[in-house]
Design a protein around this ligand. Sequence first.
Ligand SMILES: C[C@](O)(CO)[C@H](O)COP(=O)(O)OP(=O)(O)OC[C@H]1O[C@@H](n2ccc(N)nc2=O)[C@H](O)[C@@H]1O
Ligand SMILES: Nc1ncnc2c1ncn2[C@@H]1O[C@H](COP(=O)(O)OP(=O)(O)OP(=O)(O)O)[C@@H](O)[C@H]1O
Length: 279
Amino acid sequence: MTTTATALVEPAPAKLNLALHVTGRRDDGYHLLDSLVCFATAGDVVTVEPGPLSLQVDGPFAEGLSADDDNLCLRAARLAGLDARIRLTKNLPVASGIGGGSADAAAVLRLARRMGRELPQMPERLGADVPVCVASIPARMQGTGEILTPLPPLPPLHLVLANPRIALSTPQIFARLGRRDNAPLPQVPSFADVRALVAWLSATRNDLEPAAIDAAPVIAQVLQAMTANGAAFARMSGSGATCLGIFDRPQTAQAAAAALARHGWWTVATELAPAPPAG
Ligand SMILES: C[C@](O)(CO)[C@H](O)COP(=O)(O)OP(=O)(O)OC[C@H]1O[C@@H](n2ccc(N)nc2=O)[C@H](O)[C@@H]1O
Ligand SMILES: Nc1ncnc2c1ncn2[C@@H]1O[C@H](COP(=O)(O)OP(=O)(O)OP(=O)(O)O)[C@@H](O)[C@H]1O
């Protein structure tokens, strides 16, 4: 698809679970969560142009992804009643805990809104992470993902994302959990600076991290390498295997991303994403 003047472009920022507590399990098997979520400028890009509904995927991680009817971009378009030629540039690794598919679906829903469609009811039908990805702002996420409390802006963050090129299945990581009745997050304050955020995060966890390390021990090496390369804080996001590090300056983040890439891991130095324009 060549891009024309009528094309609309929408970023699909990576979703980061800075903290993720699993607080229970519903009768239908879905888990109750309490998570501090934010978004990075690193992400996929979705473009739409007028035309019949279709999907073309390009970008560094296009190969791992089929553009068939099950692709979350097409499922989101059908849910929103959007007929358009969609192009997805897949920059994020697939099945990596940073909500790639949910972020793509959410970008399509925002594009549909820009084209005059209503946002569909219960976007969580597309995936538990889709509601927070539609908002794409720092938020506390509870319930199974559908209860959102927007947070005051976070301090600027210099981040590194690193994935050891291992795809992990979200249901399989949930299934490996030892405990499912952990305490909720402590009260989320307004963070004056990065130091205050890191101090707060240090008293929280990602409850999926031990289960993911059990499935893929290299995740522990990624976390260790983040710290060894100067991260003030390192944690796995979502159900993994992508880990995030918080650094004091853009230069230290870039140097750490380069050092971690020497292991053959996918890495990117990034920042917090700006909020999408209000719809
Ligand atoms: C782990 C997180 O990434 C944290 O943000 C999300 O909760 C996962 O969100 P997602 O990938 O959009 O999840 P979905 O595609 O809805 O669900 C995939 C599978 O993960 C498990 N799942 C997901 C969300 C949730 N709150 N409890 C669960 O147990 C279920 O087995 C479900 O069948
Ligand atoms: N556009 C898409 N991008 C990525 N995955 C997609 C997409 N459409 C469908 N999928 C399927 O969704 C599954 C989950 O992929 P995704 O990249 O969203 O996982 P994730 O990053 O672990 O998500 P989360 O952090 O929300 O758990 C994959 O197995 C993939 O085949």
